[in-house]
Design a protein around this ligand. Structure first.
Ligand code: ADP
Length: 493
């Protein structure tokens, strides 16, 4: 298959979230499966041209944006350790800015112009390079216009005669909303501004446009694919998603197993693997726990359970539940906590005041540190992630790969990755964590209690839980095979 993946973020060039991982890792895995995949992203100024060996091409274009003609050029390089071509759309006026989408908490006012330009530049480049793709894989609202352009302006172009489109939704909460006047910027016929196509409560909605016009739709976990068809998590798009339910599926993201592997991780105290005697436990993991206790000034007690949290301090992650429940456990039990995260200042303050009260039970790092994230995953016994919603979630997969038993709310990707420990699942050997349904303090408290009880009273079963998580394949290879299959189904439509 010849596939083009278009994305506003791609690791290692530009990243703010999981979208970048999908766009940077999936093409390499698909290449290993024998497919020809190229990637397009904007040439942001923050991308180091020398470090990434980015070169000019002879492709240049002029694109109609409203009543202006805007010129741009195409640059190229490859994804590291692969032959996957990466094309960068250069337009200094649009992409030479400090950030990708906005400044000081405000979106750039010309985001519709910027990403219209990007979408059209992808198609113009393909025509100039005489590339006829079998499939264009678009991602989120930023590339949501490509499917409609292929069905309008580029409908009859010989390059795209058999081209199909897929849109992946990474987070439904971000939709790319613009005033009606921007229809002219996008160059869409005015009659498309209706509730069944581009319009959403009086605005243009680029994600909705992508969902309506793409041949196939997917999101980053099977459970999230179901949840977004209901009002609670549908962000107003549940109707259109329900309408297209037959073309909507979910594929879990993978984790980068070269980066997140306790057997070779350079950032942790001692390397360890799933290959330990469940009657004895993992001495390597214990060494990591001791080192983490030391690093965060907690009491050096190996038998005391240690709960880790890594992630954005945002309401999505369930902080309204975590804080009161953590306070309860700090007051009443001998449980240690380590938190790594940044975000909402009110959560920062509350965590700081808890830490001042319980300095030997709560270790706190209110910053961003990839290396420390590795040490928290390696040194904790349990990992807490009671998210309100979670399209996929990576941290619970990292923790399971590191033998750290997750305690999660059963939503989105958390529901698809964590198997709650019950008599049955423990007997079958499928249990790998603890999960609960209701978004309430009581439900969270009770799940933590169950985990603590098993940790202190049934260590053998606990160790089996650890091993089940460590042995499961969380790699991108698994996800890439599912994308391959989805691409094939899309092309066959
Ligand atoms: P989301 O994309 O919603 O933030 P995920 O669990 O999917 O949540 O991914 C979060 C990613 O960001 C993980 O790789 C996690 O380790 C990382 N991360 C989040 N906060 C921090 C932090 N403060 N320091 C280091 N890494 C962090």
């Amino acid at each position: 298959m010849r596939v083009i993946l278009a994305s506003s973020e791609v690791v290692p060039f530009a990243k703010t979230g999981g979208l970048a991982d999908v766009a940077g890792v999936l093409p390499r895995e698909l290449e290993k499966l024998g497919h020809e995949v190229s990637v397009f992203l904007p040439a942001y100024q923050s991308i180091d041209r020398i470090q990434h060996d980015i070169k000019a091409t002879n492709v240049a274009f002029e694109i109609q944006i409203g009543d202006r003609l805007v010129a741009g050029k195409l640059l190229e390089t490859v994804l590291p350790d692969s032959q996957v071509k990466v094309f960068l759309v250069e337009q200094p006026g649009y992409f030479n800015r400090e950030d990708f989408y906005g400044q000081s908490g405000e979106d750039f006012s010309d985001n519709c112009e910027r990403f219209t330009f990007f979408c059209r530049a992808v198609l113009e480049s393909l025509i100039q390079m005489d590339t006829a793709p079998d499939l264009i894989h678009t991602n989120d609202w930023q590339t949501g216009l490509i499917p409609v352009f292929l069905k309008t302006d580029y409908n009859h172009h010989s390059c795209f005669k058999t081209t199909r489109t897929l849109i992946t939704i990474h987070n439904l909460a971000y939709q790319g909303l613009f005033d009606y006047e921007k229809m002219a910027v996008a160059g869409l016929p005015a009659e498309y501004f209706n509730w069944q196509q581009v319009e959403f409560h009086g605005k243009m909605n680029l994600l909705k446009t992508g969902i309506v016009f793409a041949d196939m739709i997917n999101t980053v976990s099977p459970t999230y694919a179901k949840e977004i068809r209901e009002p609670e998590q549908g962000c107003g798009l549940e109707g259109v998603l329900q309408e297209r339910a037959d073309q909507l599926t979910g594929i879990l993201n993978g984790i980068d197993v070269a980066d997140w592997n306790p057997a070779i991780d350079p950032f942790i105290e001692e390397n360890f693997s799933a290959d330990f005697d469940v009657r004895v436990g993992s001495s390597g993991k214990l060494a990591c726990k001791q080192a983490l206790q030391k690093e965060t000034n907690l009491k050096q007690e190996l038998e005391t359970p240690l709960i880790g949290i890594v992630g954005r301090l945002a309401s999505q992650k369930g902080w309204s539940l975590i804080l009161p429940v953590m306070r309860h456990f700090l007051e009443n039990t001998n449980v240690q906590w380590v938190v790594l995260g940044t975000g909402d200042p009110s959560y920062h303050h509350q965590l700081e005041s808890l830490q001042q009260r319980y300095p030997d039970k709560l270790g706190l790092n209110l910053g961003f540190s990839n290396e420390f994230a590795h040490r928290v995953e390696a040194g904790s016994d349990m990992f807490l992630m009671p998210s309100q919603y979670e399209p996929c979630g990576l941290n619970q997969m990292y923790s399971m790969a590191y033998g750290t038993v997750p305690i999660v709310r059963r939503t989105g990707g958390l529901a698809d990755t964590v198997v709650n420990a019950t008599h049955e699942t423990c007997e079958y050997g499928t249990a790998n964590g603890f999960s609960f349904d209701e978004f309430s303090e009581e439900a969270l408290r009770s799940a933590i209690k169950s985990a603590l009880q098993m940790y202190s009273q049934h260590r053998l079963i606990w160790n089996q839980l650890m091993q089940a998580g460590m042995k499961r394949d969380w790699s991108w290879r698994r996800s890439a095979k599912q994308y391959e299959e989805l691409y094939q189904r899309t092309i066959a439509r």
